[in-house]
Design a protein around this ligand. Structure first.
Ligand code: Q9C
Ligand code: ZN
Length: 669
């Protein structure tokens, strides 16, 4: 598998700038690029990336999307004087032109193509292109919304043609609707376009009827255009995560893209004068992390909007850090989507129900969003604040907020405890730290749990497991794997140890027969069990969730559905500090399901995961280790669909649990 992260940046793209006064356009400034790049340098991220030079996109490449006539118009602006530039700009909505605009627009598109080539050739795994002018509003014959050439649309057509791709996913998290991308691909089923955007019942620019949730694509492309129109400002992290969990990700896994292009506008982030939303920079780490699980990690992030310099550059850094594989920080804020966001999500799911199997059984129908509704936290706090007040407030907030992420990440990504004859099962790069804690200390912990130990043989490995757990709790190691002679005993000991250490929230996911685990720790542990056999007491409660699946149901399709609909929303609601994954005897889940689970759970608790693997289940050892290390993991098998019985069981759980765990909610009724 490819590795490494490309960074595309060239200061020449700063020469495109506004030469006259225009209060609608004056936010798209050259400093957007330099501020982002400077912040990347400050965090030492530039040196960790592979530098890829920009180039000009060729005429043939630009005309993959734009008309020859339009290209000629933009080309002709190179030799115009200021009056002529101004007059030409006025032919379009929210556009400014400069004698070097044509050159910069060719570099922005060409830089994006350089990124696509770097990723598709395997030179790097993923990357980001810091480019301007942005692209997603521009259309076949039209400049619009600061955009001259549609960088991402050109990249998609180029990738289709050059690499013969059948399925490309474009995710547009800019706060404006990329109507240009929608128009270009609305009849094309090979490009799935997802855009969320502020809509406000068609009052937010570009104020188009076709930005609503019912624009689902046309002709062969029907179902391949997904609009998530936000009707209120002030959306928060929980709202964005909910849109990913309940709309984008289920459809994206079903679509199974070969390449992901992100129209990465950060005007959807806190402090932005256009978007007026409240997502904090680490939200983009989570969004990026989710998308990295698709298309074998082939992810090209391309800058679009983003007009608050600090918010923009911190968010760019979070995105690049995540592409590089750094641990994903914990999300700021309450994990409760607002009423208006859930309403939007319900409508999008209802609109797309006919086209995607993952939505086929979702019960809800379209609700006519009443613009007078006042519930939820999606209101603007005080509309009286001026843009510059909000900008300054955001600067102050981010200055202290970003400090909470400065702690050094654990120096060791993953450590393992395995018996000597099984070390060969581990990937080469796996570090084995067996004695980071004195045996005596571990013995002392164990003495509290004598009654739980099923036999004496366990003591040796259990001691080592606790040593390993301690290194994780002390943040010397991010995650760990332990072979166990009794996974049940190891799980009880580990969970109790976590609580004694002082953790308040631990998520326990169990596969197979894991007996006797009913820890009453006052809501500090959520346990989710997936097994063939009914455990002795099945008391489903808000802390104990059980899914009883026969072996034939333990397929990727069923698991992906359960992961996105139930496990991840629960986990994001709970915000565990550590996740324990226990593989008991008769774990029947597929290897690729486990790879995906292990990778997605790394989005929580800063990647803190302890995997406990019964010695009969060592088939999972290598995959879990590789997923923790971020290498080489098997992809989910092509989708058919989740079984109706599984969907029904999951929906029943969702119904029972969503009053407590609010991220489960995807409909308002
Ligand atoms: N009063 C991008 O973010 N603003 N373009 C219109 C009307 C135009 C945004 C304001 C915003 C264009 C790439
Ligand atoms: Zn925008």
């Amino acid at each position: 598998m490819a590795s490494g992260t490309a960074l595309i940046y060239d200061g020449e793209m700063m020469s495109h700038k506004l030469l006259w006064e225009d209060t609608e356009c004056d936010i798209e400034v050259p400093e957007r690029l330099s501020a982002s790049y400077e912040q990347l340098r400050q965090y030492n991220l530039v040196e960790r990336c592979v530098r890829v030079p920009v180039r000009e996109a060729t005429v043939d490449e630009i005309t993959l999307v734009h008309s020859q006539e339009y290209l000629e118009v933009i080309k002709s602006t190179q030799s115009m004087n200021e009056d002529e530039l101004r007059n030409t700009s006025m032919n379009y909505d929210c556009v400014f032109l400069h004698p070097n605009s044509y050159r910069c627009a060719k570099l922005a598109a060409g830089g994006t193509l350089q990124l696509v080539d770097s990723v598709m050739s395997g030179k790097v795994l993923n990357g980001m292109a810091l480019v301007r002018p942005p692209g997603h509003h521009s259309q076949r014959n039209l400049a619009n919304g600061f955009c001259l050439f549609n960088n991402v649309a050109i990249a998609a057509e180029y990738a289709k043609k050059k690499y013969n791709l059948q399925r490309i996913l474009i995710v547009d998290w800019d706060i404006h609707h990329g109507q240009g991308i929608q128009y270009i691909f609305e009849e094309d089923p090979s490009v799935l376009y997802f855009s969320w955007h502020l809509y406000q019942h068609q009052e937010f620019w570009p104020k188009l009827r076709e930005s609503d949730f019912d624009a689902v694509g046309k002709g062969d492309g029907t179902g391949f255009n997904i609009n998530v129109p936000w009707n209120k400002v002030g959306m928060e992290n929980a709202d964005y995560i909910a849109a990913f969990l309940h709309v984008l990700l289920p459809i994206a896994f079903e679509f199974n893209p070969e390449l992901i292009l992100i129209s990465s506008g950060y005007d959807s982030a806190i402090g932005d004068p256009e978007g007026k939303m409240c997502a904090t920079p680490e939200c983009y780490a989570h969004l990026t992390h989710f998308l990295m699980q698709l298309a074998n990690g082939k992810c090209c992030v391309v800058l679009e909007g983003g007009y608050h310099m600090r918010s923009l550059s911190e968010s760019v850094c979070m995105t690049v850090k995540t592409l590089l594989g750094d641990p994903v920080p914990q999300l700021h804020g309450e994990m409760v989507p607002c009423f208006s966001a859930v309403e939007t999500i319900q409508n999008v799911r209802a609109a797309h129900k006919p086209y995607w199997k993952c939505l086929a059984f979702s019960g809800s129908s379209i609700v006519q969003a009443a613009n007078t509704r006042r519930q939820g936290s999606g209101e603007a706090a005080t509309p009286a604040k001026t843009n510059s007040e909000v900008a300054i407030e955001t600067d102050i907030f981010l200055q202290s907020h970003m400090k909470s992420f400065l702690f050094p990440a654990p120096p060791v990504i993953a450590a393992a405890v395995v018996s000597e004859n099984n070390t060969l099962l581990l990937p080469k790069c796996m570090l084995v730290h067996e004695d980071t804690v004195p045996a005596k200390e571990a013995q002392a912990h164990l003495s509290f749990h004598k009654e739980l130990m099923e036999d004496e043989i366990d003591t040796y490995l259990l001691t080592k497991t606790l040593s390993l757990l301690n290194t994780i709790l002390q943040k010397q190691v991010r995650s760990g794997i332990s072979e166990c002679l009794s996974a049940s005993a190891a799980a009880v000991v580990a969970l109790k140890h976590c609580i004694r250490f002082g953790l308040n929230r631990v998520l326990h996911i169990m596969f197979g027969d894991v007996g006797g685990i009913h820890l009453n720790e006052e809501g500090k542990i959520i346990s989710i069990r997936i097994s063939e056999n009914q455990p002795s007491q099945t008391a489903n409660s808000k802390y104990e969730i059980s899914l009883n699946w026969k072996e034939d149901l333990q397929t990727d399709d069923n698991f992906v559905y359960t992961l996105l609909s139930l496990i991840l929303p629960l986990a994001y609601s709970f915000q565990p500090e550590l996740t324990v994954i226990t593989f008991g005897p008769e774990s029947k889940i597929t290897i690729s399901s486990i790879a995906l689970l292990t990778k997605l759970m790394q989005g929580l608790g800063e990647g803190g995961i302890l995997a406990l693997i019964q010695d009969t289940e060592l088939k999972y050892l290598k995959t879990v280790a590789e997923a923790l290390l971020g290498v080489n993991t098997p992809a989910i098998a092509p989708n058919s669909a989740a079984a109706e019985v599984v969907i029904q069981a999951v929906e029943e759980q969702r119904h029972n649990l969503q009053t407590e765990w609010k991220m489960l909610r995807c409909s308002v009724d």
